[in-house]
Ligand binder design. Structure first.
Ligand SMILES: Nc1ncnc2c1ncn2[C@@H]1O[C@H](COP(=O)(O)OP(=O)(O)O)[C@@H](O)[C@H]1O
Ligand SMILES: [Mg+2]
Length: 339
């Protein structure tokens, strides 16, 4: 049986470049060499695409051949590739841009399509769709750059300010006074032209992994306990020992089932495919609200996404097999459509 040829795209232009490299390294190392021929492609922070050596040869994606992508739009790098695995976080990777490029190239790829990727990257639009489908989300007001001098905070203090389309807690603040709010707004606008002023949620943070195409399944959820900060900021997320993941969360069975139900419901409502990690707050009164949905969550073998499926009986290697199969299945299905 011939091996499936998988191109793993990593790096990218966003501030989550290094996080992506860590995720992709795990993916490249864990794809079963008997089943897959793996080709790393690294996008630099300057947007230049570079083809790495096939796995097994020297360093990942270093000293490779520069690809004529996306400068002249040639889909050449995917010739002979069966599946592309975009392991890119944040803007220019998780937001539908690379997915659009892969659609034009006509190649199968892992994870959410163009619309779902773009929708879920935008916390404002994502919440609008969730509200329309009756899924509870955190209350917020959206502020555009041109409205920045007329920001109203209907929530009192503390209040959360965040860029609409970023990740890894970059540009987010929890403001406790009007002065802090004003600084928080300035910071968020450094990262995006659209920001959210959001009601502060007192309670615990719970995350749930989802896997599948038309019949997605939810993992056992996990509870996030930040250890180095009062909230789940960048260092709590990525520093060694920055957080504890408690699986299952310290919640009653009914609440855990509600988290799983809402995880699948928001995955379906946003047209996701392949994978996603859905993040929640469970408020002090037991109410479960969706915070956000990540279409390409942190993806090392020890990231929350993988750990939750591991605890649910699907180890990392098997998770990769399933994601590749789901990508091929979608491509096959779509090839039957008439446009
Ligand atoms: N409304 C909120 N109430 C309380 N904490 C929040 C709220 N929004 C965000 N946070 C904190 O900030 C973290 C990052 O926010 P999130 O919206 O998930 O953005 P990102 O896409 O950067 O992960 C959350 O995990 C949580 O710790
Ligand atoms: Mg988050």
């Amino acid at each position: 049986m011939s091996r499936v040829r998988v191109a793993v795209i990593m790096g990218g232009r966003s501030s989550e470049h290094d996080i992506s490299l860590a995720s992709a390294r795990s993916v490249v190392e864990s794809l079963d060499p008997d089943r897959y021929e793996v080709r790393p492609i690294e996008i630099g922070r300057d947007g230049q695409w570079e083809l790495g050596p096939a796995r097994g040869q020297s360093e990942l994606a270093k000293g490779g051949e520069k690809l004529p992508v996306p400068l002249n739009g040639s889909p050449q790098p995917f010739e002979g590739v069966d599946v592309v695995f975009p392991v890119l976080h944040g803007p220019f990777g998780e937001d539908g841009t690379v997915q659009g490029f892969l659609e034009l190239a006509g190649v199968a790829y892992v994870g959410a399509g163009v619309t779902a990727s773009a929708l879920c990257m935008d916390k404002d639009l994502f919440k609008a769709v969730m509200r329309d489908k009756g899924i509870p989300v955190v209350d917020s007001v959206t502020v555009l750059e041109r409205q920045r001098n007329r920001v109203e905070n209907p929530f009192g203090f503390p209040v959360v300010v965040k860029p609409a389309r970023l990740g890894s807690s970059v540009g987010i603040s929890i403001a406790k006074t009007p002065e802090e709010l004003s600084r928080a707004i300035d910071l968020a606008f450094e990262h995006d032209e659209k920001i959210l002023v959001e009601e502060y949620c007192a309670g615990i943070e719970v995350e749930c992994s989802v896997l599948g195409n038309d019949s997605p399944i939810a993992s056992i959820p996990g509870e996030i306990v930040p250890l180095v900060s009062d909230w789940y900021d960048f260092s709590a997320k990525y520093d060694e020992g920055g957080m504890d993941l408690i699986v299952p969360p310290r919640l009653d069975e009914e609440t855990i089932a509600r988290v799983q139900e809402l995880a699948v419901a928001s995955f379906v409502a946003s047209d996701c495919e392949g994978m996603a990690r859905v993040d929640f707050f469970v408020l002090d009164d037991g109410e479960v609200v969706v915070n956000e949905l990540n279409t390409i969550p942190g993806f090392t073998a020890t990231s929350v996404y993988a750990k939750l499926f591991e605890a649910s009986g699907i180890p990392y290697g098997e998770l990769l097999d399933k994601l590749v199969d789901l990508a091929l299945e979608r491509q096959e299905r779509r090839e039957r459509l008439k446009y």
